[in-house]
Write a protein that binds this ligand. Structure first.
Ligand code: SF4
Ligand code: SF4
Length: 206
């Protein structure tokens, strides 16, 4: 928090989606953060949990009713992912905006509040050839054409508490009677230019 030491008043923004579920930016955390900041003798001018901070237009509309509170603050703290924080940066171009969170990855929610990384958004999906399981993401080495030599009793040598991605692919394709296809997997090196950042997309209606 030393980055924000010079500011005296804050407006806090949380997110009702992932950040709330992860316990990093919902009502409870916003209240805790407010209390911490006030304990340091600083002021909270207002706080609000947006529906989905990364949705820029919606957040902009929701924030209109907090104009005064935002104007009264020296700094906005966003308790969401980096994408959500950048929504707020975009909306308040002349205001100091800081993120409170270290965003890790896009996750599948496997159980309530438990997330698992399964897709790295590579822009060139190959899972139709690998039984629907992504080796780019779920194999720590991102191997495309079968396992490395380090698999230990079916588990990954890098993350031994997890099954080897390629064992999972094999087992699934076997269950689906697709071992012939499994044996023919010969994926070419991926075209990583598709992951060149920053990417943008206009999802046109048909
Ligand atoms: S191959 Fe893996 S990382 Fe790429 S889009 Fe498909 S699931 Fe995502
Ligand atoms: S053991 Fe399997 S999942 Fe782990 S790095 Fe090797 S191929 Fe990838």
């Amino acid at each position: 928090m030393k980055d924000i030491g010079k500011y005296k008043s804050f407006f806090l923004i949380g997110c009702a989606e992932c950040a709330s579920l992860c316990g990093t930016g919902g009502d409870t955390e916003i209240k805790e953060m407010s209390a911490k900041i006030e304990d340091e003798g600083k002021t909270i001018t207002g706080k609000f949990v947006a529906k989905t901070v990364c949705q820029e237009l919606g957040t902009k509309v929701e924030l209109k009713k907090f104009k005064q509170e935002v104007d009264d603050s020296d700094c906005i703290l966003v308790m969401s992912c980096g994408a959500g924080t950048q929504t707020v940066v975009e909306i308040y171009k002349d205001k100091a905006v800081y993120s409170t969170n270290d965003s890790l990855f896009l996750g599948n929610m496997t159980r309530f509040k438990m997330f698992d990384e399964r897709c790295s958004l590579c822009g060139e999906c190959i899972i139709n050839k690998t039984g629907g399981i992504c080796p780019v993401t779920t194999c720590p080495k991102g191997l495309l054409n079968g396992p490395c030599g380090g698999c230990i009793e079916g588990n990954c040598e890098v993350t031994p508490d997890r099954k080897c991605a390629w064992v999972k692919i094999y087992e699934r394709m076997k269950r689906l009677d697709m071992l012939q296809e499994f044996c023919k997997i010969t994926l070419e090196a991926k075209d990583w230019s598709k992951t060149q950042k920053p990417r943008n997309l206009y999802a046109m209606e048909e």
